[in-house]
Design a protein around this ligand. Structure first.
Ligand SMILES: Cc1cc2nc3c(=O)[nH]c(=O)nc-3n(C[C@H](O)[C@H](O)[C@H](O)COP(=O)(O)OP(=O)(O)OC[C@H]3O[C@@H](n4cnc5c(N)ncnc54)[C@H](O)[C@@H]3O)c2cc1C
Length: 380
């Protein structure tokens, strides 16, 4: 295949923006198309660890990541009446050990940092998405929901677990998205009515298994809430229907203790709601001709082990690097991407499954011990 120059990336999340950064550095002409009308607010604390920190360092962003990190100082667990029953100032539920080298950062902050690092050097289109991809020997014809049709040399799906690019080029979600746990969690912003300052509060109920966690980073700013429930059987829900997801949560959490009724009320009006189940994306191949996938779209590991962002940043770095290293042979570049990364991804997915099958214990997670090493090549 000829030398790829014009690259379309679907999705301006962590993997899309990181891939765009490196491809631009290597001299490709990059367009990123994002379905949301503007940079997506909200989301919760993500963790950058191990090789993810090294990718950030090579982008010159490690200092900024540390500056904008959550800087949480601890967690309280409360009972149904709001009385504290446990506290830690060494670890939190979202970030693990506070003295680890890892960076915990809010998703919207990390996206903003990556966006700023691109410094308008690429074409970034919000509020549009790919509707059809037709490839031939020399390129891919792309049609969009609103924009005019265009032709690219390579299309990269970086559009998350529910990837539209994957559905168009590889087939229906059900073939690749595997729910493996029976825990469902939503995240959204709400007023900081608990008056939290760099602190998180957790309430859990055993039977039925459900809970809420609220994280406040600044008394004067919105808090971020997590609401979740466990289910004995996998619950079928529409990946794209937010109202139905909100109704599902409100039903499951009806009658729960602590501040859950108030938090549910805020959830119903939240504009930055995001719903997850424990699921992985597993595919035999991440590329088909001139279309490839990166991050959650191709190999989501699940949120249970706190490695999704690290895997996404590592994958983006390797994809862009191998494309640059095989500039005159796209097929060889995509094959090298896959062979460099696949074992690392599979091992991360295995660890997530092992963690899920372990009995629940009361301890706070040690995510650092679940972080796998990955040697990043120097590409030029
Ligand atoms: C709003 C939001 C909040 C999140 N909050 C958390 C969290 O609190 N904790 C956690 O562990 N993980 C969270 N995640 C997931 C986490 O960001 C990812 O697991 C990880 O960072 C890997 O990122 P990714 O870029 O591969 O995928 P994602 O972060 O899912 O990014 C995919 C991007 O593609 C866009 N997109 C989706 N479909 C299309 C389409 N058809 N066309 C164009 N663009 C499309 C999405 O709007 C998004 O910007 C969140 C994701 C999102 C989108």
């Amino acid at each position: 295949m000829n030398r790829p120059q014009r690259v379309l990336i679907s999705g301006a999340g962590i993997s899309g923006l990181t891939t765009a950064y490196w491809l631009d550095r290597y001299g490709f002409r990059v367009t990123v198309i994002e379905k949301a009308p503007a940079p997506r607010p909200g989301g919760h604390a993500l963790d950058v660890r191990g090789p993810g920190l090294e990718v950030a360092a090579r982008m010159g962003l490690l200092g900024t990541l540390h500056d904008r990190s959550t800087k949480l100082t601890g967690i309280s667990m409360v009972d149904a009446d709001g009385q504290e029953i446990f506290r830690s100032t060494e670890s939190t539920l979202t970030g693990g050990q506070l003295d680890s080298p890892d960076v915990e950062i809010m998703r919207d902050d990390l996206c903003q940092i990556l966006h700023e690092a691109l410094d308008d050097r690429i074409e970034l289109v919000f509020g549009d998405s790919v509707t059809a991809l037709t490839q031939d020997e020399n390129g891919v014809d792309v049609t969009f929901a609103t924009g005019a049709p265009r032709r690219f040399d390579l299309v990269i799906g970086a559009d998350g677990v529910g990837s539209g690019a994957r559905q168009i080029a590889f087939g229906p979600h059900e073939r690749f998205v595997h729910a493996f746990g029976t825990v469902y969690v939503a995240t959204f912003s709400m007023p900081n009515f608990l008056d939290l300052d760099r602190w998180e509060v957790l309430y859990q109920q055993e039977d039925p298994y459900l809970g809420a966690m609220v994280m406040g980073l600044d008394r004067d700013a919105a808090a971020r809430a997590y609401l979740g429930f466990g289910a004995p059987e996998a619950v079928d829900y529409d990946l794209r229907d937010i109202d139905a997801q909100k109704r599902l949560l409100a039903d499951r959490l009806a009658g729960a203790g602590w501040e859950i009724p108030r938090i549910v009320d805020h959830m119903l009006t939240a504009g930055d709601f995001h719903f997850y189940s424990l699921s992985q994306v597993r595919m035999d191949a991440w590329s088909r001709g001139r279309i490839t996938l990166t991050g959650d779209a191709g190999y989501a590991v699940s949120l249970g082990t706190g490695q999704a962002t690290t895997v996404a940043m590592t994958g983006a770095y390797v994809l862009a690097g191998e494309l640059a290293a095989h500039r005159d042979d796209l097929a060889a570049g995509l094959a090298a991407y896959e062979s460099a990364l696949r074992d690392y991804v599979i091992r991360n997915q295995e660890i997530a499954l092992e963690q899920d099958s372990k009995p629940q214990n009361d301890g706070l997670p040690d995510y650092g011990s679940l972080t796998l090493p990955f040697t990043l090549k120097a590409y030029s």
